[in-house]
Ligand binder design. Sequence first.
Ligand code: XUL
Length: 521
Amino acid sequence: MPLHLGLDSSTQSLSALVIDTDTGKVVADRSVNFGVRLPHYRSPNGFLANSDAAIKHADPLMWVEALELVLEDLRDSGVDLGRVAGISGAGQQHGSVYLAKSVDAAGGWSLAAPLYEQVSPLLSRKTAPIWMDSSTSAECAEIAAALGGDERVAAITGSRATLRFTGPQIRRFFKTSPAEWGKTVEIHLVSSFVASLLAGRSAGIDLGDGAGMNLLDLATGTWSQALLDATAPGLRDKLKTPVPSPTVVGEITGYFVKKYGFAKGTKIVAFTGDNPSSLIGMGASKPGTAVISLGTSDTVFAAMASQRTDPRGYGSVFGNPAGGFMSLACFSNGSLAREEIAKRFGLSWDAFASAIVDKTKPGNGGNLLLPYFVPEITPRLLKPEPRWFGREAFVAGKDAAAAARAVVEAQALSMRLHSDWIGEKMHTVLVTGGASRNRGLLRVLADVFQATIIPLSVANSSALGGALRAAQAVEGTAWDDLYARFCPPEHALAVTPVAGAQAAYQELGVAFEAKLKELLR
Ligand code: XUL
C-alpha cells in the first residue's frame, strides 16, 4: 500500500520521514546532520564561517550530498522506496540558490557521477545566503524607499523589507557581484531547489515559502512587479511562476528510480518552507491553535483567521499550505543560545532540564539574561550582545542553574511579547522541534504563557508535514483524516501552567522589556 516521503532540508540537518497511509504509521524517520556526516563542508552548524558576523552562507552542494545520504540511509535500512507514491517536503526558509543553467536544461542526471558533481557546474554563485544572514540593511532601505515606505512593502508582501528575506538578498547579490548576477538564469529557494533535484526539472516556488521573499503579492499570489523592479533588473525572467502548495511539480527523475529503487511515476509535490510545513505536520492548519517550534531558530506561528501584519515590524505572514495565511515570529537565538549556555556550564540536556525544574524557581530570583549570542531577528540586533543582570555569581557566570533558567525564561518572555500581534489568547500551545521534549523548556513555556503546552508524538513536524502534504495532494485524503491518524498530541506529556508563576513573570516581563529597550537604544 502507498507510502509517502517527507523531506526537511533545514539549517543543521536533512531529515526524511516515511508514512504509510493505510496503517497510519510512521515507517521510517532518518536524519543526516551536516556537521557530523559532511564535515568536509566545514559547516558544523550548517553555515560557513565568515569574519563578518552578518554574513551567513551555506554551500548548496552540502544539501545535495545530504539528500543522497538520507535516501541511501532509507534504502539501506530496508524501506521499500518503490512503494512511495508521493514526495514533498520543506526547506529552511528564505535561503536562495543561483543557477547559470536551468534545471530544465540540465536535469537529466547521469548515473555516472554523484549528483553534487553534476550540480556544481550549474551554480552561478558558489554559496547560498541563508535565513541567518543580516547583511542587507542597505538593500532593505532601498527597497522600502522605492515602494514608498515599509508599510507599503508589508501591505503587499505581508512583511516589511526584512534582512533575511530573499528579495533583499538578491538585490545585494546583484549589486556586489554583477558578473555572477549576469550569468544567473534561475533562482530557487532551498525548498524549490530540492524539489527540482528530485524532479530533474525546475520546480516552481510555492505560495507558502514564496511569501518569505518580499516579492510575492499576497492578494494575487503572483510576483509583484513593483517589488521585482525595486529588487533587481530582469528578475522576473529568473523566477518561475509561483505555484499553489498542493501542485504536483513533476515525477521523480530516472536517476533516483535507478539508484534508490523509487517507482517510475512517483509524484513530486511542491516543497514549501519549514514553518508552513510544520503548520501541517502539527495538524494546526485551521485557526485557533498556536505552535511554538524549538529549533535552530525558535518560531511562534498560527494559521490566521484574518490577515494582519505586525505593527512592530518584526513578524511575517506566509502562505498556509492548506489555504489562507499564517503568521510567524522568528527568533534566531533559539537552540544556538541554549547550546551556548549548556556548553559554557558543561550541562547535559537532562542536567539543563533539572536545573530549571528542580533547582530554580519562576522569576529566577531576579536574575535576567538578554540571550543574544548571535545577531537577533526579533527584535532586530545586528551584533551579538548577551547581557547579564542580577546576583553577583550569576553576572560573573558562576551559577549554572540560574543561567539555564535565565536563557529559557528570556526566550519565552520574548516570544510572549513579540507574538502578541498574532491575536487570540493562547490557551493551548502545541510545541515541536528538537528541544520540545525538554521538560525544563516546557515548564517555563507553560508558566510564562499561562497555557497548556502539548508536544506532538513526532518531533520532526516539518518532515511529517511534507509526507502529509504528499498524501493529501496525491491521494486526495482530507486534512482532518490525516491529522487524526498522524498528529495526535501527546496528552500524557502535556505541561499545565502553575497559576502562582503568573505574578513572577509579570514582574520579570516588565524588567525584560525595560532592559531590551536600553539595549536597542
Ligand atoms: C522563518 C525563519 C526560520 C527559518 C529556519 O522566517 O527565518 O525559521 O525558516 O528554520
